[in-house]
Design a protein around this ligand. Structure first.
Ligand code: HEM
Ligand code: HEM
Ligand SMILES: [Fe+2]
Length: 479
């Protein structure tokens, strides 16, 4: 992928820009994993890097890098599909490139401040220049404003290209959804000293991103990818897409109530949160069925014409997208449903159970399909007709997926132990918290999580190695 800076055969400026976003995304993904490993070791050896690089800092960089790399990969994917969907070469992409460099410079400064300065004094100055104290979206205010400006440029590129070109259903959903996705960021920017109000609005960003707008985004990517990779019929994938949009917004918006159980909001949120969030797995099942159904249908169509089965133009991309269908359903749908009813959440809230769900959901729903799109980008960059999975592609997907699944199971066991001992037996006292954390079941689970984290990281190395080489090799093989 990096070598594609020089050797790529892309002629479209938007797709070149997409590749630039992908490169930064994969670097930040690597940084995320390293930070996760540090934080995981600190669970086992609390003295590790104490006062040099505390758990709170490693955790903060881990989850902020996660959000930022995903946003980079999402923007990259939009630039990747823009011209192909609209049939237009792209409006104002020079400005878009400038935006990329401004954003990347800002992200670099912010990360350096996180790593070197680490924490502020809890004053206005910290809010402006260090971080905001808002989990997942810590960017200090100066960077927040910069992000808004760059996103406006990005949106201008997308919207004007859409208006100038062909307006497919996929792009219509994309354009409308991106407006909501970007607009929600504003809800996490203003300051109030009432912690309940602060959390209330902060969840508008976090929950309405991952359980509404990001899910719709993934739906559009899957629709696009299925057309490109297996030649799925546009009418069918677009019909699915509209149904998914309806269902995702239907359950996702009020489903936000499942974060209002504990923050001091009125009690009617218990019922609202319970009902609507329990419905959230329904669209996720639909998305799962959609991908597999379309795939099966295309296979059938090939068979009927007497063509060889499995005409997939990009093997690794398709493998990651199928993993997405399973992962989204499992991580968000099943692991989310586990603790979404208040009757259950009263025991699980704040245990490692949440972390188990957080890992499998972010990985299954987003990391997978975004990696799939990176493979699509590489295929375009090298102009190859058909890109088959290599040994490295297989090692990458197997080790990363196995690693994250392993971490999820380990954390689920740790969470179960906390629910049993800390909450059930000992009544959730301060003392109970520490007793539960020192029992062998918990410590063993944390050990396994760290081991599985290392497996994930080895898989990541294969993945990067593959992304860097697969395009060139496929090109040579085709020639
Ligand atoms: C891809 C979609 C999803 C992602 C990425 C995701 C991710 C997360 C993350 C990271 C947290 C922890 C937040 C924190 O730090 O406090 C969380 C909390 C939670 N999620 Fe999800 N989630 C998704 C979908 C769902 C769905 C569909 C459900 C329900 C069916 C669900 C139910 C919950 C609940 C109940 C909590 C709160 C746990 C607690 O604080 O006790 N999630 N989610
Ligand atoms: C090398 C692999 C990884 C390791 C060792 C690791 C480790 C950790 C640790 C120690 C935490 C802090 C948990 C806590 O506060 O109790 C954490 C949080 C988190 N990580 Fe990872 N992680 C890894 C990979 C990933 C991946 C691949 C994703 C998603 C794509 C991810 C998403 C998250 C999220 C969303 C949280 C916050 C969860 C919450 O508070 O509920 N991590 N991780
Ligand atoms: Fe949620």
């Amino acid at each position: 992928m990096l070598t594609s800076i020089k050797t790529h055969s892309l002629t479209n400026e938007g797709q070149k820009l997409g590749m630039m976003y992908y490169r930064v995304a994969i670097i930040l993904f690597g940084a995320q994993l390293l930070m996760g490993l540090i934080a995981a070791i600190q669970f086992l050896a609390p003295g590790f890097l104490f006062e040099l690089f505390d758990f709170s800092v490693a955790r903060m960089v881990h989850i902020n890098a996660l959000v930022v790399w995903m946003l980079y990969a999402m923007i990259g994917s939009v630039y990747m599909m823009l011209t192909e969907e609209t049939g237009h070469e792209g409006v104002g992409l020079g400005l878009g490139k400038l935006g990329f460099w401004v954003l990347t410079a800002a992200v670099t400064v912010v990360v350096l401040v996180y790593i070197i300065v680490q924490v502020g004094s809890g004053s206005e100055m910290s809010l402006w220049f260090i971080h905001e104290g808002r989990e997942y979206i810590e960017a200090p205010r100066w960077a927040d404003i910069g992000i808004v400006v760059v996103v406006l440029i990005f949106y201008y590129n997308v919207f004007m290209t859409y208006m100038a070109g062909e307006r497919t259903g996929i792009m219509t959903v994309m354009v409308a959804n991106l407006l909501a996705l970007a607009g929600l960021y504003l809800a996490g920017m203003f300051y109030t000293d009432n912690i309940t109000m602060d959390q209330f609005w902060w969840w508008w960003v976090i929950h309405l991103w991952v359980e509404a707008t990001w899910e719709v985004f993934v739906g559009t990517l899957a629709a696009f990818a299925l057309i490109r990779l297996i030649g799925a019929k546009r009418e069918i994938v677009e019909m699915w897409l509209w149904i998914e949009v309806l269902m995702l917004f239907g359950s996702g918006i009020l489903g936000m109530g499942h974060h209002y159980f504990w923050i001091g909001t009125p009690e009617y949120w218990w019922e609202i949160g319970a009902l609507f969030s329990a419905l959230e797995p329904v669209p996720l099942i639909a998305m799962f069925v959609h991908v597999l159904y379309d795939w099966g249908k295309e296979q059938g169509a090939h068979e009927a014409k007497g063509e060889p089965l499995g005409v997939i133009t990009n093997g690794p991309a398709m493998a990651w997208i199928v993993t997405n269908a399973f992962g989204n359903f499992l991580g968000a749908g099943i692991w989310g449903f586990f603790h979404t009813l208040p009757q259950v959440n009263i025991y699980t809230h704040g245990t490692q159970f949440t972390a188990a769900h957080g890992h499998l959901a972010f990985f299954g729903a987003y990391a997978t399909i975004l990696i799939g799109m990176m493979y699509y980008g590489v295929q375009k960059a090298y102009g190859v007709e058909r890109m088959k999975a290599t040994f490295k592609s297989k090692m990458g997907i197997i080790l990363v997926t196995f690693g994250v699944l392993g971490m999820t199971i380990a954390l689920t066991i740790a969470g179960y132990e906390q629910v049993m001992v800390e909450r059930g037996e000992m009544g959730a006292t301060w003392n109970a918290f520490f007793t539960a954390q020192n029992l062998p079941w918990y410590i063993q689970a944390q050990l396994w999580r760290t081991i599985m984290g290392v497996v994930t990281f080895i898989g990541f190395i294969y993945l990067v190695w593959d992304l860097l080489t697969i395009g060139k090799n496929a090109q040579e093989a085709e020639a």
